[in-house]
Design a protein around this ligand. Structure first.
Ligand code: GUN
Ligand code: ZN
Length: 436
């Protein structure tokens, strides 16, 4: 017997059965079911398998939603994105530090106004969902109101979102600066209000080392100690001028990552965006502390930051998720982001296989966020966040997909040519929240 909120979806399913330590091991963990069924109750997967293996009694009294021609995958996971920067995507002509001063800070000042923050948060969450992204790790602004606005909107969709207030007490306009103490107190209040409320999770969010005083970083570390299950989310080693600046501001540290490490901000729930220019010690520290990287290819190309060495992350056993990094990133679409990730590897003489790309956007992302026990594939017991993809959303894609002889080739064409037009439906916690 099923309760009234059981949902049943039939179609062609693709996922990855378990996390891997090497990319070569992904293919053997690909699970492709050409005609399958997924059941979920109260937002959790209760049954998953081949249609032919379904006992008819299982479906008594249940309406099955059938997507005969589509591909159903776990929802995409965006491990680094800024919701307040949605409106300033495509800001011309600058690299990181000037881009922040010229475009980003003036935009973020607007989020003091809660009504405005709400309007943009609403737009942002809809944009995520329409691109098939069901979980994201999100930067807000320095204003606590901006965090409330985002979590309030996400709550209406029952979305698993991780977010936090920016902590920033120097090297930014006065209107955007908090103080070490106020950032500690406001973050603490937000943690108490939002962390583990429904599906919401909180991230302590110092913007990056240059915009935090020693005292602020110290208090960020203290917060992490007081609330060990919250996340830490910041930027690291994105741009060469940024790295030189950190060295001059923190001369007593051995490097950029050492600043975060010494303040207790590394760890299994710490996510560092970019990590384009890490040195060997830093790779080792990322591994030893089980910290994760958000790889943000469109942003790294757009701001001219550099080419992320993905193979080094595998070599050092460091977790990697995919980040759009909107607004330095140029797309909300994880499909487009994977297309650029492939090119970033090509420029370094490396390949990114379709299966590996798919891993980073789903189960690998979940692992980076320390959420692979509840997200990232269709294992029974996991949360039912999934998407329905049309592989042939445009005439060009129809033509191209005719040449694909297996699912791996189809996926690769999807990552090269796809975008939000390919997302037919998005389900969050078992509910259909978007249909194209
Ligand atoms: N480093 C510090 N702040 C930012 C930001 O907003 N975007 C990016 N890409 N890098 C940063
Ligand atoms: Zn960023």
């Amino acid at each position: 017997m099923h309760s009234a909120d059981t949902r049943a979806v039939r179609g062609r399913f693709l996922d990855i059965t378990q996390p891997v330590s090497q990319p070569e091991n992904i293919a053997s963990n690909i699970r492709y079911i050409e005609d399958g069924l997924l059941l979920c109750t109260a937002g959790k997967i209760t049954w998953f398998g081949a249609w032919n293996d379904v006992n008819p009694e299982l479906l008594e009294g249940i309406t099955v939603t059938h997507y005969p021609d589509q591909l159903i995958t776990p929802g995409f996971i965006d491990t680094h994105i800024h919701y307040p920067q949605t409106e300033m995507m495509g800001a011309y002509g600058e690299q990181l530090l000037n881009w922040l001063n010229q475009y980003t800070f003036p935009t973020e000042i607007k989020f003091k106004d809660q009504a405005y923050a709400h309007e943009i948060a609403d737009f942002f969450v809809n944009e995520l969902i329409k691109n098939g992204t069901t979980t994201a790790l999100v930067f807000c602004t320095v204003h606590p109101e901006s965090v409330d606005a985002l979590f309030e909107v996400a709550e209406t969709k029952n979305m698993r979102l991780i977010a936090g207030k920016v902590m920033m007490d120097r090297h930014a306009p006065e209107e955007l600066c908090d103080t070490a103490i106020s950032s500690y107190e406001e973050s603490k209040q937000l943690i108490e209000k939002w962390h583990e409320r429904g599906r919401a999770l909180y991230a302590i969010t110092p913007r990056f080392a240059p915009t935090s005083s020693h005292e602020q970083l110290h208090l960020a570390g203290q917060l992490k100690q007081e609330f060990p299950t919250v996340y830490v989310h910041t930027h690291l080693s994105e741009n060469r001028d940024e790295i030189a600046w950190v060295k001059s501001l923190f001369p007593n540290h051995t490097g950029y990552l050492d600043v975060y490490h010494q303040y207790g901000l590394t760890g299994e729930r710490s996510v560092f965006a970019h990590c384009v220019h890490l040195d060997e010690h830093e790779w080792q520290c990322m591994h030893d502390t089980d910290s994760a990287i958000a790889f943000c290819p469109t942003s790294n190309l757009f701001l001219g930051s550099g080419l992320f060495p993905l193979s080094k992350a595998w070599q050092h056993g460091v977790k990697v998720g995919l980040g759009t990094d909107v607004g330095a990133g140029t797309s909300f679409s994880q499909l487009q982001t994977l297309g650029e990730a492939y090119k970033v590897q090509q420029l370094q003489g490396q390949q990114l296989s379709a299966y590996e790309a798919f891993y980073h956007a789903t189960l690998g992302g979940a692992k980076s966020l320390h959420l692979d026990h509840c997200l990232g594939n269709f294992n029974v017991g996991k949360e039912a966040d999934f998407i329905v993809i049309d592989l042939k959303a445009t005439p060009l894609q129809q033509l191209r997909q005719r040449r694909a002889t297996n699912i791996e080739e189809s996926l690769f064409a999807l990552f090269t040519l796809g975008d939000d037009r390919n997302i037919v439906a998005t389900y969050i916690h078992g509910e259909n929240v978007y249909t194209a």
